[in-house]
Design a protein around this ligand. Sequence first.
Ligand SMILES: *[C@@H]1O[C@H](CO)[C@@H](O)[C@H](O)[C@H]1NC(C)=O
Ligand SMILES: CC(=O)N[C@H]1CO[C@H](CO)[C@@H](O)[C@@H]1O
Length: 548
Amino acid sequence: MLFSQPFLLLLGAYCSFVTASPLDKRAAPTVTLDTATVTGVASGSVNKWLGIPFALPPTGNLRFQLPQPIPTYTTSFSALAYGPACPQQPPTIPAPPGLVSETVNYLTTTIYNAVTPSSEDCLTVNVVAPATATPGSNLPVVIWIYGGGYETGGTSSYDGSVIVNKAITLNVPAIYVSMNYRVTAFGFLASQEVKDAGVGNLGMQDQRQAMRWVQTYISAFGGDPTKVTIWGESAGAWSVGLHMVTNGGNPAGLFRAAFMESGSPIPIGDITHGQGYYDFLVAQTGCTGASDTLQCLREVPYATLMNAINLTPNVLSYQSLALAWLPRVDGVFLTDNPQQLVLQGSVANVPFVTGDCDDEGTLFSLSTTNITTDAQLQTYLQTYWFPGAPNAAVQQLLVDYPQDITQGSPYNTGILNALTPQFKRIASIQGDAAFQAPRRFFLQQRSGLQNTWAFLSKRLKLIPALGSFHTTDLLNVYGGGDMTTYLVRFVTNLDPNGSGTLAWPKWTTSSPNLLTFLDGLFPQTITQDTYRSTAIADMINMNLNYVR
Ligand SMILES: *[C@@H]1O[C@H](CO)[C@@H](O)[C@H](O)[C@H]1NC(C)=O
Ligand SMILES: CC(=O)N[C@H]1CO[C@H](CO)[C@@H](O)[C@@H]1O
């Protein structure tokens, strides 16, 4: 076994679900929403309401339509179990030679697999509150947005009671809300037709609708709608970044703080850049020649549509994070490339935290191990990452990220983990392109204008080939670790600091501090966000200039 016992225990803690103790004799909690009584589950120190619909089912003629609010709740119901996840596009897990089977098993059994069960009728929220909360408690609220590359993910994978229990223990009680949102083509269909119909970025609109639901209903659970933090990981953190830049940077009262784990505002091109995938679905589902192809796609059977979607690239296929399905500039939710919006100052003026894992790119580079030469890598970057970039610009990146396994990712692992001679180099490029460069860019643009904190997780560095890979910080925050402490304090006080934890100074241009999580005897330290400075500066410019 290459994995340590604590690592497996951490995984177990992450993957298991906390259920009500048999000793729990409290009566089932209820809340009143409009004229309906909603019954939840009493579980230790918390109450949970699971699977509450927050929009009409996006099925039938509401497929590929904006989420429709539920006018009023008039019929009482029980909210005892998570609703199904939205339709999932399962990733194809690559298993290049040299990858140890434990790693492959981890990837296939956890978050990188599709969440089940799933259904098109999936728009539900979950609320976890301290058992003592009542209407009028006015507790801060944290809204969780899951990741999964905008192609998978569901709320049932994340146990919010870990967060609420930590908040109770630290005497900063808070309420946790999570929402399902549509992913893959159901949430991010993109084309001229979609733009003309005004139905772009539906997954983002679902999130937004759930945020409006919180405004209307969270006080019934004991929450304060003026004290909402939005929080997400991976595609969920990218989503938080997009909520910060939409609507001219006006948060519209929906949130007062933001917490991003592996994600910041990313470079995104026009919605018509998705036309090829749209046309592919039209062709695969027999909609070619229809007078209204969008309406035709609404009417094709679910299985037919799903089979077609599953033929499109996923987050772990060759093009990896150059995603087929993702938010795009639709003129409505996004009026411009999010990074241009940042430059224009279209940013919610709220305190935020943004952080990364050290080795963000390793996982996404398992599918490109057949790239073995500089020329192939240049073609790959010009084809998928930076279309239109001149040769000289891409060649500069290859200088910035040299073919030297000791400089690649997993970082600081010397000659180890080189699955192929180019693997660590590609991992470094992809991790910076999608995560670290957008994070540093966002902080450079916004620090001094609003309170900004940043972190870097170097934990679990010894995982073969992957190092401190994308999602490893989830084990900390959903394992009730030190990051959970910082999170709940931030949600409550708009400052992650407090007694008993290492002081986390703000990120500023003169002192770009990173709270750095480490393995070993000294679990945290403060480091400076100055590594790979030339390479990341060039990457920031590539992201701004050549948008997919
Ligand atoms: C690597 O394999 C993929 C298919 O998985 C293929 O599309 C791609 O062209 C190959 N790349 C190289 C450089 O051979
Ligand atoms: C609430 C709190 O303790 N905030 C502290 C967080 O850490 C910074 C930097 O050390 C202090 O300046 C804050 O007072």
